[in-house]
Design a protein around this ligand. Sequence first.
Ligand code: NDP
Length: 332
Amino acid sequence: NRQFVLARRPEGKPVDDDFDLVEADVPEAGPREVLVRTRYLSVDPYMRGRMRDEESYAEPWAVGDVLQGGVVGEVVESNHPDFEAGDTVTGNLRWADYAVADGDELVGIETGGVSDSAALGVLGMPGRTAYFGVTDVLDPDPGDTVVVSAAAGAVGSVVGQIAALNGCRVVGIAGSDEKVAHLKDDLGFDAGINYAEADVAEALGDAAPDGVDGYFDNVGGPITDAVFEHLNVRASVAVCGQIALYNEEGVPTGPRKLHTLVEKRARVEGLLVGDYAPRFAEATERLVGWVQSGDIAFRETVVDGLENAPDAFVGLFEGENVGKQVVRVESE
Ligand code: NDP
């Protein structure tokens, strides 16, 4: 049973030596526990925060801890009445071939036959984040212009499509021409901006000619500064993440254009998907329906092999993923 431990706290962008792949016994399931074989592991930007020695909404890992993450896996052995060997389950498990969990912390996957790994992406935590962020926090009106950053990623790709279903003009900001083409051609975005090439503030003049009514912020930093310049009066900003800042050690580089919030009387609200746990079933039902009807398209970037999980994780900070980044773990 291979498992990854945090070898040391990363400085800046994580590197290979920050992670150690170690051998351990396959754990035994205790009372009400379930032994799960990992099939897919999710790597997520928030995990960078857990590698810091700082309190946050997700508890920091200690050096030497086995890393945890969202997993879709197969039940090998169950001492819990809800599960039996062969079931496919999802939960917050480990960067490991096998892990045990309290059966109360696991759920069967609900993907409507879409794909098992989708339970980590469009039909899982990122999809739910997009759903509640648009529906509850931005709450746009038809005809509004909604801008989303990290638009080709797991959360952003779903944000844009839900906003479009609400009748909004949708503008996505992403890091390559290929991603911008994907947004427009495959996901139905009205416009896209490649922030690696374009001056975002300038490009928004064309992409959002009527200004920005809703901004779903996944990245922070200079991109958010640029969007703030285009906010309309009474605009709403949902702050979901600040990935541009996660590897910074010093003072954040933005957002800095806060005076525009005064001028525009804009509302900025942070969002944490966990707060919506009592309504997860509602989100899953809507998302499964949209994917089945073709109203929401999705992509995944799949890296093979548990040993490549750190690379897949670091790739999130280099924009290597289109859609949800998952690691396929083939262990026997
Ligand atoms: P993504 O699938 O969007 O992957 C991250 C993407 O961020 C990359 O593909 C890259 O795309 C972009 N990116 C990386 N570095 C930068 C940078 N310096 N500037 C601009 N863009 C960058 O990840 P998720 O969808 O899982 O997460 C997106 C955001 O949502 C993160 O900030 C995450 O922390 C947050 N989040 C928050 C939740 C909550 O409850 N609040 C829940 C889930 C996620 P590109 O090529 O375009 O640069």
